[in-house]
Design a protein around this ligand. Structure first.
Ligand code: SAH
Length: 471
């Protein structure tokens, strides 16, 4: 996806100072969902254009999403508009790559940062729910002239009609900070998809970024409703704080469990393997003395709930890829209703374990429970680096199925895996070999513990490794 910002005041190359990006350089940034690049196709005194090109990795994002919804939904996880259509990812990139400009900070040209200048922003592909009328209703009250060009579904087949995608240019006199702020808040408003987890902090972000313009915007209701991705409780709070009056709406939808998870649960229930695993992981984390703990691939939050019950843990962070899982975790933990002091100990974040993620650094321990087998083998090395090289917690407690044990389950057997989303399952020897190599390469020691009843021939149903970082 591509965002181009053009300045025409003289000298237009001042845009480089405002953006904190040199017009002569091509710069790239690693983000948690792909890469961002900044470059200038044009830089003269009269006209200077800066591009923010975002390269989203759609395959990386869907890993571990499960197979709910059947083949069509699965295909849509891989074949979708994320790489090119502007969405909340672009907002995240604006805040991470152009953060100083967004905040209006510029030590080289402080006056210019606070002066409205002629600026233009072009979004090459913006999916617009609500069509051109809504597009204009959103940008025109903020003082922008809007040029919108709608694209057909397929140029070769005009009879198929129009697509929801527009090329949009907005132009007006604004400070760069205001322009970026408007884009930051409004781009996700046009897109119906949720690409991130909408939590309480989204409400705070909306109110902070909307300060000074949103409360008086004629479309503020619709903007708040869509920005908060139709979560009625947050939307109500937003409106209450924007207009000081509350409107009741229907209750929040409850999360649902995925059918495939139920199948795996049913399989393992007679052993209450789930509980044994949870107990074993908790015991290992407690014994490590950890106070700040990560649950990576937290799913619907079973371990998070147990961690929260124990006062030893001062900070607990759960991370996962599917928004649906995070929402279910949030509902099950009753995060919305939790007393403030309790809520301050827990955070749910949206992210993928195959990218370096600074939010995961500096923790005492990380649990990675029944997650690795959901990763494609070629991505396993990215996972290893993300956890053991970059996040580097002092302790990592990792569990995974023992494939050898599958013969003990009638309806699994030697040739099948336990869950349709498992990419592989390791034998004890394979797990040991992998874990020992990872430990040695990243300066950890590792020991192995069985989880569940140990069968003499095939071992335990679940295998656990406890990695400890050497000093
Ligand atoms: N730890 C939980 C969930 C296990 S299911 C439990 O024990 O109950 C596997 C989980 O790994 C899913 O929630 C899945 O979304 C998550 N997962 C898969 N790939 C991931 C990735 N790349 N980054 C983060 N989580 C991932």
């Amino acid at each position: 996806m591509l965002l181009t910002i053009t300045a025409t005041h003289r000298p237009a190359t001042d845009l480089g100072f405002l953006l904190h990006k040199h017009p002569g350089r091509f710069q790239s940034y690693d983000l948690s969902f792909g890469e961002a690049h900044v470059f200038y196709p044009e830089a003269s005194d009269d006209r200077c254009a800066a591009c923010l090109l975002l390269d989203v990795d759609p395959v990386g994002l869907v890993r571990g999403k499960g197979t709910d919804g059947g083949g069509g939904a699965l295909l849509a996880q891989y074949v979708n508009d994320r790489p090119y259509a502007a969405s909340s990812f672009l907002s995240v990139a604006i805040s991470q790559v152009l953060g100083s400009a967004l905040g209006g900070r510029c030590k080289d040209r402080p006056d210019l940062a606070s002066t409205p200048i002629p600026l233009e922003a072009r979004i090459d592909v913006l999916p617009v729910r609500g069509g051109e009328r809504f597009l204009r209703a959103v940008f025109e009250p903020l003082g922008y002239a809007v040029v919108a060009e709608r694209h057909p579904l397929d140029e070769r087949f005009p009879e198929w009609g129009e697509s929801p995608y527009f090329s949009v240019t907005i132009a007006g006199e604004a400070t760069l900070s205001d322009l970026l702020t408007h884009l930051y808040v409004l781009i996700p408003v046009f897109d119906g998809q949720k690409h991130y987890f909408v939590g309480e902090d989204e409400l705070e972000k909306l109110l902070a970024r909307g300060s000074g313009w949103l409360a008086s915007h004629p479309e503020k209701d619709e903007i708040a409703r869509r920005y908060l991705k139709f979560r009625p409780s947050l939307y109500r709070q937003a409106l209450a704080r924007l207009v000081q009056e509350e409107q009741p709406t229907e209750a929040d939808a409850q999360g649902e469990e995925r059918p495939a998870d139920r199948a795996e649960d049913a399989l393992e229930r007679p052993l209450s393997l789930n509980d044994q695993r949870l107990g074993a992981v908790l015991a290992a984390i407690r014994a490590s003395g950890a106070r700040r703990v990560l649950d990576l691939g937290c799913g619907e939050g079973k371990l998070l709930r147990e961690l929260l019950k124990d006062r030893q843990f001062e900070e607990v962070v759960g991370m996962d890829v599917p928004i649906r899982s995070l929402e279910t975790a949030r509902d099950r933990l009753r995060l919305d209703r939790m007393p403030e002091r309790q809520a301050a100990r827990i955070k749910l974040i949206h992210g993928s374990l195959i990218y370096r993620d600074r939010r995961l650094e500096g923790f005492d321990a990380a649990a990675v429970v029944e997650v690795v087998e959901h990763l494609d083998p070629p991505r396993l090395s990215a996972f290893e680096r993300a956890v053991f090289e970059f996040a580097r917690p002092l302790t990592v407690v990792l569990t995974t199925p023992n494939r050898e044990y599958n013969v003990r389950w009638e309806n699994v057997g030697a040739d099948r895996l336990r869950h349709p989303d498992h990419r592989f399952e390791w034998t004890r020897q394979e797990f040991r070999a992998w874990a020992e190599r990872v430990a040695v390469s990243h300066g950890y020691t590792v020991r192995f513990l069985p989880v569940g009843p140990v069968d003499e021939a095939v071992g335990p149903p679940t295998q656990m490794a406890v990695f400890e970082r050497g000093e």
